[in-house]
Design a protein around this ligand. Structure first.
Ligand code: ZN
Length: 432
């Protein structure tokens, strides 16, 4: 008879265990049944993977002297959050712009005094790899404090081949050092850098013919993303860049319809993008095209809030048209310096009329699908990554209700306990 497996970590006394039924695929219109709730549940972890998820005493594993035991005290346990859209690698901050916007200043006025994305590009190009590494680690730490165990991170503040590759290399190095699952994306097409403004077609060529092949060859990014907007790239330019990505078998994303209906949702469907993101002005036609091709809609209400605007993406319409909705922070120094997925979920309820069930699915399995990691994380089932949270609430319904509070008590990412109360650390790590 086989020896029983000794668990590395066991979470006991779970009042409400949200498994999302262990699914790998995104869910379009989740109801309470899709949360796969187990009352009086238990989770065991071995070698960074989930060994058991189910009811108390249902597992066949054993506890050894080295097994860590977390007592969930009858609270909620759920999959770790997947923040599927961030720009977390950059140097410098832009708080002055935030305040200028609140005083009614336009983006053109902000640019006139040296602000905007270009300000971050200047600071990032000047920063050493060491400085970028430190600041990226700090940003990942901030995301994880609020429960994110996976983060997609875009380049996009280098804007030439050498600088974009520098950013992706730093992301890769940090990814190897952290328990957080990092998904790197090439966003060479963030905006046209100042030195190319008079010959922008040359920059589009540079992204398509130089950056994409080089990034692909060196395995520096999973996704290729393009920002379509009046101040960024046109639909035609985006199509060219996404075609180059497709020719290199790189999955694709799109910053779509953020400031106007640019028919980007349709382009995302046409180009087989895994996700289209922002989608504030998307038409019904665009939603239908996305539904048909299975493109995930990644909505980011934090960016709308940070810009002081009132028009949010129409999550209800996306769901009604059969599009799976993911929520993300859009963490970036210009338009959303908020690393808090709990708050983003509350905004999803408050401003986009999503249900509590929809926001939790949007922050877990649908986010995982948006970064192509649905088989690895985003739900709890034997064999998937041990990415999960113990929340200091009695029911998941409190998530939007307690907006602004960080009730994440434990964060388990890739099997490692990366956030825990002091008393637990004292017990297991001899920390004072
Ligand atoms: Zn973005």
């Amino acid at each position: 008879m086989a020896q029983p497996v000794i668990a590395d970590l066991v979470i006991r006394n779970i009042g409400e265990l949200l498994t999302m039924k262990g699914v790998d695929d995104p869910v379009v219109a989740p109801t309470v049944g899709d949360l796969g709730i187990i009352k009086r549940g238990e989770v065991a972890v071995k070698d960074r993977k989930i060994l058991y998820v189910g009811t108390k005493d249902g597992g066949s594993y054993v506890v050894g002297p080295q097994t860590m035991i977390i007592d969930a005290e009858n609270k909620v346990v759920c999959p770790g959050f997947v923040d599927s859209h961030t720009h977390a690698i950059f140097a410098g901050t832009r708080e002055d712009e935030f305040l200028m916007r609140q005083q009614g200043k336009s983006y053109a006025e902000i640019q006139a005094v040296g602000g905007g994305i270009v300000k971050t590009v200047r600071a990032t190009r000047m920063a050493s790899e060491e400085k970028l590494r430190d600041s990226l680690k700090r940003n990942i730490f901030k995301l994880s404090r609020y429960g994110s165990t996976t983060a997609e991170i875009k380049s996009g503040y280098g804007l030439n081949t050498e600088e974009e590759i520098k950013l992706l290399r730093v992301i890769k190095e940090v990814a190897l050092e952290t328990d957080i699952l990092i998904v790197p994306t090439l966003l060479g097409a963030h905006v046209v850098p100042p030195e190319y403004v008079a010959r922008r077609h040359k920059y589009v060529e540079l992204v398509a013919r130089d950056m994409i092949p080089m990034v692909h060859e060196n395995h520096l990014a999973i996704f290729v993303d393009v920002y379509v907007d009046e101040g960024a790239f046109t639909i035609e330019e985006a199509r060219g860049i996404l075609t180059a990505a497709r020719d290199h078998d790189m999955p694709r994303k799109l910053h779509a319809d953020e400031m106007a209906d640019d028919h980007c949702a349709e382009l995302a469907a046409e180009m087989g993008c895994v996700s289209a993101d922002h989608l504030i002005w998307t038409s019904e036609k665009g939603m239908k095209a996305m539904a048909k091709e299975g493109v995930v809609a990644t909505l980011m209400p934090g960016a709308v809030l940070s810009l002081g605007r009132t028009k949010f993406a129409d999550a209800r319409a996306f769901i009604e048209h059969g599009v799976p909705v993911a929520l993300a922070t859009d963490y970036n120094p210009g338009t959303c310096m908020c690393p808090n997925m709990l708050l983003i979920m509350a905004l999803g309820c408050l401003h986009m009329k999503m249900t509590a069930e929809e926001v939790i699915v949007a922050a877990t399995i649908n986010g995982a699908a948006a970064v192509g990691r649905g088989t690895q994380t985003g739900s709890l089932r034997e064999g998937k990554d041990a990415d999960l949270l113990v929340l200091d609430i009695d029911t998941y319904k409190e998530i939007p209700y307690r907006f602004g509070e960080n009730f994440v008590r434990y964060v388990v990412a890739g099997g490692g306990v990366i956030k825990a109360p002091k008393v637990f650390k004292k017990k297991y790590f001899q920390e004072s």
